[in-house]
Design a protein around this ligand. Structure first.
Ligand SMILES: Cc1cc2nc3c(=O)[nH]c(=O)nc-3n(C[C@H](O)[C@H](O)[C@H](O)COP(=O)(O)OP(=O)(O)OC[C@H]3O[C@@H](n4cnc5c(N)ncnc54)[C@H](O)[C@@H]3O)c2cc1C
Length: 223
């Protein structure tokens, strides 16, 4: 069993310390329950600014907020770091990488996965952007490509290392493309003076023919 103090109050286990999980912990703070929050990380990720980390505009710690610190004022609260693998509703038990734990109430707030709309090629070749390690991988990949471009002799290789395709013209795709455009204009030419940035192309691909499809006509046209 995951060590958690025994209590006569009902135990509420929340899986996921994203916006939903954190908000729920705060809402439950004055109720006679024991709250146990599980997350695979001990920090909350502020996903709206992941694109800034991916494009080197922000450092990762700017968007990672320690869960224990954020939820410290909640007295009936316990945090345990660990991936939850399985829920066993008959026994009211979860299985995690640090052991099992029983619950009275269970809330699954594990967020969503990147959707590739069934396109295997994008799934195998693109970088998803949901977690801080993914944003850092993308950032590192982009910068390593520019390093490689500076020592490449073949013009095709140089161009392929400088060109970036962004898949999905929703808010994140538009933000990432815009941030890459700013990098191209203001930062990269100073960092890599030997490269010709007229040859850098940022291509935003969107299947519906409309950017920011879920937003207003005005925002869509402007994007
Ligand atoms: C790049 C990006 C930009 C966005 N920009 C905006 C924006 O500008 N405005 C806006 O309103 N919304 C934005 N969103 C959407 C918003 O971030 C999500 O709607 C919100 O984070 C969902 O909250 P959640 O708590 O449901 O899940 P999440 O925030 O995804 O949290 C889920 C948590 O569960 C944990 N977890 C998952 N599985 C397990 C497991 N098996 N075991 C243990 N822990 C687990 C994860 O580590 C994570 O901490 C953006 C999302 C992304 C990806």
């Amino acid at each position: 069993m995951v060590p958690v103090p025994k209590t006569s109050n009902p135990r509420v286990i929340i899986i996921g310390g994203g916006f939903a999980g954190v908000k729920l912990v705060k809402k439950l703070k004055n109720l006679p329950v024991q709250i146990v929050l599980f997350d695979r990380n001990n920090y909350h990720t502020f996903q709206p600014l992941l694109y800034q980390v991916a494009t080197a505009g922000l450092e990762p710690d700017s968007i990672a907020d320690p869960l224990r610190k954020q939820l410290e004022p909640v007295k009936n609260f316990f945090f345990r770091m660990g991936e939850v693998f399985k829920v066993n509703p008959e026994e009211k038990m979860i299985e995690t990488e640090i052991g099992p734990l029983d619950y009275d109430y269970l809330v699954i707030a594990t967020g969503s996965k990147t959707s590739y709309y069934g396109n295997q090629s994008i799934m195998h070749n693109a970088f998803p952007l949901k977690q801080i390690p993914q944003a850092l991988d993308l950032r590192s990949h982009i910068l390593q490509n520019f390093e490689a471009a500076t020592i490449a002799n073949d013009i095709e290789e140089i161009n392929s290392r400088m060109n970036i395709a962004v898949v999905g013209g929703g808010p994140t795709g538009v933000e990432v493309s815009g941030a890459l455009g700013e990098l191209k204009k203001n930062i990269l030419p100073k960092d890599y003076p030997e490269l010709d940035f007229n040859q850098m192309h940022i291509t935003l691909l969107e299947g519906s023919g409309k950017l920011l499809g879920g937003m207003s006509e005005f925002a869509s046209n402007k994007a």
